[in-house]
Design a protein around this ligand. Sequence first.
Ligand code: AMP
Ligand code: GLY
Length: 426
Amino acid sequence: MSRGRKVLVVGSGGREHALALRLLDSPSVGQVWVTPGNAGTEAHGGGALSNLSGEPLALARAHGVELVVIGPEAPLVSGLADELRRAGIAVYGPSAAAARLEGSKAYMKQFAVRHGLRTARHVTLSGEAELDRALAEFSSPPVVKADGLCAGKGVVVAESFDEARAAAREMLEGVAFGAAGQTVVLEERLVGQEVSVHAVCDGARALVLPAAQDHKRIFDDDQGPNTGGMGAYAPAPVVGAALGAKIEQEIVQRAVRGLAADGTPFVGTLFAGLMVTPEGEPVLLEFNVRFGDPETQVLMTLLDGDVGELLYGAATGRLDPSVVSVSSDHALCVVMAAPGYPGKLTTGTAITGLAAAAAVEGVQVHYAGVRREGEALLTAGGRVLGVTARGATLREAHERAYRAVSLIHFDGRRYRRDIGRRALAP
Ligand code: AMP
Ligand code: GLY
C-alpha cells in the first residue's frame, strides 16, 4: 500500500468541495488540500482534507503536491496549468491555449466549424458598424454572446431584433463587459433540451461521463435570469444510448482529435453544453474547459472507484478508465442560494439544520458560499449549498434531496422546487 498522493484542488465552490471529498475517498490519495477552499473543505478527517492560502505554485512546491486539480475557468484561461507544468507538477486542467475554447466564443465557433462539430450558424463582429448587416443575416432574433469570460452572464437570448441590437451594442461599446465584449458572436437561436456532457481527457483519449442536466434560471419553470446553475441531475434520460454514442463520436472525440491536431492537446475536463433538438440531434452551444457546477456534485456522486487515479492518469497522459466505474444509480443536486441571487446579495446569515440534512440516507451537502465564524456557519456567497442525493432511481434521489433541503434553514433561502421534474414527468 503506497502512502497516497498529495493533491491540491484550486477553487472555492461546491464543485471543489465535491471534487475534494471524492479525491479524499480515493485509495491512491493520501492528502487533499484546497486553495482557497471554503467551510466545507476546512480541516477535518484528522487533517487529510484542509484548506491552504497562497499561490498554487508556491503551495504545490512547499507541500510536495503530486497532482493539482484546477476547478474554475479563469485561472485556466490565464495559464495556471502551464505555469505548474513548467515546474514539473502534474496538472489536471488544460493549457491556456486549449482553454481558449471557453475563453473565446469566437474561437470556439471557428474551431467547431473547422473540425466539423455541429453548432448553430453564427456571425462574429468586432464593431458597431457591422451590426445591422450581421443582424440582417438572421430571420429570427439571434442569441448575442460576448466573446470573453463573463462569469456565465455574457449571453443574451433576445426575444426581438431590437433587444438583440441593444445587447450587442452594449457589449461592443464596452459598457457591459469591458474587453470581454469587444468581439460579439450572434448565433441562431436553437430550441430543445440542454444537456451537459463531461469528458475526462488526457490529451489524446476521453472518458465520457453520464449526461447531466443543469437548471440555469433562478425560478421554477425556467423563469427569471440565468444563474451559475440552480440544480442538476444525472443521468439525463433525454440522452439514450444511441444519442450518447453520437455525442461521443461526433462531438467529444472529434473535438479531442481536433485539439491535438491544432497543437493544443486537451488535458482536463472537456464539458460540452449541447442542445438536443426536437429531432434528437445534438448541437454544440458551448465548450467549457472544466467541470460544471453543480454538474460535478452529481457526477462525483455517481463515480465509484479511484477518482484520484483517474485524474492523475489523465494529467500524465495515461488515462485509464478502468480505475472507476459509473454507478447505475441516479443523483440529483438542489442548490440553495442567498436572497437576491443572482443579483444583489444579502449574506452573513446563520445556516442551521446541516447535520440533520446530512443524516438523510444517500445525502451529501456540498458547501459553496459558506464561512465559519466560531461555531456558526454563515452564508457568504450567492450559491450557498448544493444538497446532493444518490438513489437507486431518480425519484428516490429527488425525494432524498428535497427531504434534506427541507431540514436546512437560513433567512431568505431560495431554491427551485422543480429540479429533475422534467425527467420525472410520466
Ligand atoms: P452559453 O454560455 O453559450 O452556454 O450560453 C448560456 C445559455 O444561453 C445556454 O446555457 C443556453 O441556455 C442559452 N443559449 C446559448 N446559445 C443558445 C442558442 N444558440 N440557442 C438557444 N439558447 C442558447
Ligand atoms: N453549470 C454550468 C457551468 O458550470 O457552466
